[in-house]
Design a protein around this ligand. Structure first.
Ligand code: MLT
Length: 387
């Protein structure tokens, strides 16, 4: 193969590797640099982490940050789109409580589609972002048995209203809001090729609507190797059982020699500490610096990296986005880790719907990207005939 447009030469050794490193298209919302981590439309994620979440949503949809007037208008627009049909809540109330919260979300997204889709990718994308707050708050309340749904307060921002509608028993609302505003921005988007985003765009390429495409995307996020890793991380930090750095180092060594995994470290693309983790370590110092689990997570940041670096086969020994997120959520009153992927999904809905809008109605001069149709090389399939 030759020519200036050749990005990669595909050889036999690239097959069956999960499309690692293979470009399959263009992405306009975000970019993941192995050293610098993710940026949204050119802005490093750390610079965006303290903005209004609505500013970051606006950025992903419009490719520029809003000025004050644009932001105020956008917040009003989202609030006007936010109402969820009563049939959705009634159906959630009938779901089996032992289903995982992500299974509830997958169902909830198709219910939102059944009760309110327009068929327009842009309109449905923003409607879905706006309605996801009430949907997900109700999943928390109904599945956890916290009581009846709390009515939405459209005068509040998206995340503030979400915290209000969740009504987490015993939580410090201010701390939880501060954390979730940042958590939302950090988790919105991560390039075009992560599993949930790729899946959502692939399904939308067959012209399924945003709601069904996002249900498929969230099924991707539900996998323990993707979004559900964040719930395992809190359990892992809890299992360490000490804040002493030397004991933690020994714990890491023992875990590795027993064939175990160090949760929250490593990434398919990144080759340095994930800036989304860096922001969360800083936030943790502010909101829960004395929390013993946070101290454990901080010591892990140093000692796990030290031990993992000793193995030359490990290409990325550094913390990823999940390393400390569960610890912060736990310290802020959300103690059931089964719900952590749901919060990841809440944020990721913004990025995936924005990428679907780009692929469906903006790219190729508005014609959109064709239906995904890759090829597989047939194996063990010599010609046969029925005798
Ligand atoms: C993500 O945010 O989607 C994860 O870091 C996984 C990935 O980028 O592949």
């Amino acid at each position: 193969m030759s020519g200036e447009n050749v990005l990669f030469e595909i050889t036999e050794q690239h097959l069956n590797t999960g499309l690692r490193r293979f470009p399959v298209g263009h992405v306009r919302t975000s970019r993941v640099d192995p050293q610098q981590g993710v940026s949204y439309v050119g802005y490093p994620i750390a610079d965006l982490a303290n903005l209004d979440p609505e500013s970051a949503i606006y950025l992903l949809y419009n490719k520029e940050l809003p000025n004050d007037d644009q932001l105020a208008a956008f917040k009003q627009d989202l609030a006007a789109r936010a109402s969820v049909d009563g049939a959705v809540v009634r159906t959630l109330q009938a779901l089996p409580k032992d289903g995982h919260p992500m299974e509830w979300l997958i169902n909830g997204l198709t219910l939102l589609g059944m009760t309110g889709k327009t068929g327009d990718f842009y309109e449905d994308g923003l409607n879905l972002v706006a309605r996801s707050a009430e949907l997900i708050a109700n999943i928390f309340r109904i599945r956890s048995g916290w009581g009846d749904p709390i009515p939405s307060d459209p005068s509040l921002g998206l995340v503030e209203n979400f915290v209000h509608m969740m009504g987490v028993p015993g939580a410090d609302k201010q701390q939880l809001t501060k954390l979730l505003r940042t958590f939302y921005i950090l988790h919105m988007d991560h390039g075009g090729g992560n599993l949930s985003t790729f899946t959502g765009k692939a399904v939308a390429s067959g012209h399924a609507d945003q709601f069904s495409s996002l249900a498929a995307a969230m099924a991707g996020l539900y996998g323990p190797l993707h979004g559900r890793a964040n719930q395992e991380c809190l359990n892992f930090v809890k299992s360490v059982g000490t804040t002493d750095p030397d004991e933690i180092e020994q714990f890491v060594r023992d875990t590795l020699s027993g064939g175990g995994k160090i949760f929250g470290f490593g990434h398919a693309v990144l080759r340095a500490e994930d800036p989304r983790a860096t922001v969360q370590y800083g936030l943790g110092r502010e909101i829960c610096g004395d929390d013993p689990l946070f101290k454990t997570a901080l010591a892990m940041r140093e000692r796990a990296v030290k031990v993992l670096k000793e193995n030359p086969k490990i290409s990325n020994p550094y913390p990823n986005v999940d390393a400390v997120s569960g610890t912060l959520l736990n310290a802020s009153g959300l103690t059931d880790s089964d719900y952590y992927t749901l919060l990841f999904g809440f944020a990721r809905i913004a990025g995936i719907t924005a990428q679907i809008v780009d692929e469906r109605v903006r790219m190729r001069n508005g014609r959109g990207v064709p239906i995904y149709r890759c090829s597989y090389i047939a194996e063990n399939q010599d010609s046969r005939r029925l005798s």
